[in-house]
Design a protein around this ligand. Structure first.
Ligand SMILES: Nc1ncnc2c1ncn2[C@@H]1O[C@H](COP(=O)(O)OP(=O)(O)OP(=O)(O)O)[C@@H](O)[C@H]1O
Ligand SMILES: [Mg+2]
Length: 343
C-alpha cells in the first residue's frame, strides 16, 4: 500500500512528532504536554520562522494527528480522485486524509481546477485533508487570491461555455514562510540583513483578506542545541491523534441532529470549522467575562466579522479538546492569541 501511495504521489510520507524537538509556541499548538495545551485541529495555520527551524517538517507531521475519515468523507475523497483520474485501480477506497503540497510555480488552474474539460485542482484534491503551501510568499499573488472564495465556501465552481462544474474544496490550509527575504527577522541569534521596507514588502505579499482567513499564526523559532541533542522522545503522533479524535467525536455528536436547510450535503457540518452562522450562535455562547474580553479584543485587534466568527469556532474547538461544555474565558483568550501578527 505504501509503495502505491508513493508511486501515485497521493499522499506524502510524513514524519511522526516524536522525532521532532518542538518548543513553545509550536509545541503548544502541536504537542500538548498538559491539559492546558492543545493540538490544532482543522483551522487554517501559518507557520513563520527562520530557515531550518522545522516549519516544513512540522507541517508534514500534520496528517499524523488528524482524526480518521468517516465513510462519507472517504467516499467524497475517493470520488474526487476518481474524477481526476488519480485513483489507482487497486485502491477501491481512499482511507487516509489527503496531504497535498503543490510547488509555488503552480498555475491558477492547477490550484483551483480548470482546463477545457474542467478537472479538480489541488484545493479539491486536498478535500477533507491538508493543503500545504510551503514558502507562501513565493506563490504568485493572483494564485493565492483565487483561493479566497473556496476557503469561505468550501467548494469551487468552474464555469465553461458548456456549463459549470462544482467541486468540493473543504481543506485545511497549512502555510509556511520566512518572516523576511533573508529569513532572520526577529531571530535572537542571527541578525536580519533586510531593510525594514523589504520586510514589510515581503510580508505584504500575503494580502489582508487571506491573512484574515488564517486562524492560527505560529512563530517557529530556531531549535537550540540542548533541545536537538536531547535523547528524550516527544509525544508520538498517535497519542495526539487520540485526543483530536475524542474532540471530533464530541463535534460529530453535536452536529448529528442538525439538518442543513435545503439539504445540501456538501454543506452539512461535521466539525466546528464547518459551522454556519446559526450554529455559531447556538454553540459558541460566551459568558459575561468572555463577552467583555471579546469586545476589548475586537477593538484592539481590529477584528473583522469573519475574524470574530473564526475565533469563536476556534475557542469552541479548544473547549472540546479539554471536554468542556461551555467556552471559558481561558479558551477564548487562547484562540485570540493565535490571530495573525505581521509587521
Ligand atoms: N524541531 C526539530 N526537531 C528535529 N529536527 C529538526 C527540527 N527542526 C528542524 N529540524 C531539522 O532541520 C531540517 C530542516 O527543517 P525544515 O526543512 O522543516 O526547515 P524550514 O523551517 O522549513 O526551513 P526553510 O525556511 O529553509 O524552508 C529538518 O529536516 C530536520 O533535520
Ligand atoms: Mg521549509
Amino acid at each position: 500500500m505504501y509503495d502505491q501511495v508513493q508511486r501515485y504521489n497521493l499522499f506524502m510520507p510524513v514524519p511522526v512528532t516524536e522525532h521532532l524537538h518542538l518548543q513553545w509556541p509550536s509545541q503548544r499548538a502541536y504537542q500538548p504536554k498538559s491539559r492546558k495545551m492543545h493540538p490544532v485541529v482543522v483551522p487554517n495555520v501559518l507557520l513563520v520562522g527562520p530557515p531550518g527551524a522545522g516549519k516544513t517538517l512540522l507541517a508534514r507531521a500534520m496528517p499524523g494527528i488528524l482524526p480518521h475519515m468517516s465513510i462519507d468523507e472517504a467516499l467524497d475523497v475517493t470520488r474526487i480522485y476518481s474524477v481526476a483520474d488519480l485513483l489507482p485501480s487497486d485502491v477501491p477506497l481512499i482511507r487516509s486524509r489527503p496531504f497535498r503540497a503543490p510547488h509555488h510555480t503552480i498555475s491558477h488552474a492547477g490550484l483551483v481546477g480548470g482546463g477545457n474539460w474542467p478537472h479538480p485542482g489541488e484545493i479539491s484534491l486536498a478535500h477533507r485533508g491538508v493543503l500545504f503551501l510551503d514558502e507562501l510568499p513565493e506563490f504568485g499573488p493572483r494564485v493565492l487570491e483565487v483561493m479566497r472564495q473556496p476557503i469561505e465556501d468550501k467548494m469551487v465552481t468552474i464555469s465553461r461555455a458548456q456549463g459549470s462544474l462544482t467541486f468540493p474544496a473543504n481543506f485545511q490550509l497549512v502555510a509556511a514562510m520566512n518572516p523576511c527575504p533573508c529569513g532572520y527577522y526577529g531571530d535572537p541569534v542571527k541578525p536580519c540583513t533586510c531593510a525594514m521596507g523589504m520586510v514589510t514588502k515581503y510580508q505584504k505579499r500575503i494580502s489582508g483578506p487571506l491573512l484574515d482567513r488564517i486562524d492560527i499564526h505560529i512563530e517557529v523559532p530556531r531549535v537550540e542545541y540542548e533541545k536537538l541533542s536531547d535523547q528524550r522522545m516527544g509525544e508520538p503522533s498517535d497519542v495526539i491523534q487520540q485526543r483530536v479524535e475524542a474532540a471530533r467525536q464530541i463535534q460529530r455528536r453535536r452536529f448529528a441532529g442538525e439538518d442543513e436547510p435545503g439539504g445540501a450535503d456538501l454543506h452539512a457540518a461535521t466539525c466546528n470549522a464547518d459551522m454556519h452562522l446559526a450554529e455559531v450562535r447556538k454553540y459558541c455562547i460566551l459568558d459575561e467575562t468572555g463577552s467583555s474580553l471579546m469586545k476589548t479584543a475586537m477593538q484592539q485587534l481590529q477584528l473583522s466579522a469573519r475574524g470574530y466568527h473564526r475565533i469563536l469556532k476556534l475557542a469552541r474547538t479548544i473547549a472540546d479538546l479539554v471536554g468542556a461544555e461551555q467556552i471559558a474565558p481561558a479558551h477564548l483568550a487562547e484562540a485570540l492569541q493565535y490571530r495573525p501578527k505581521m509587521v
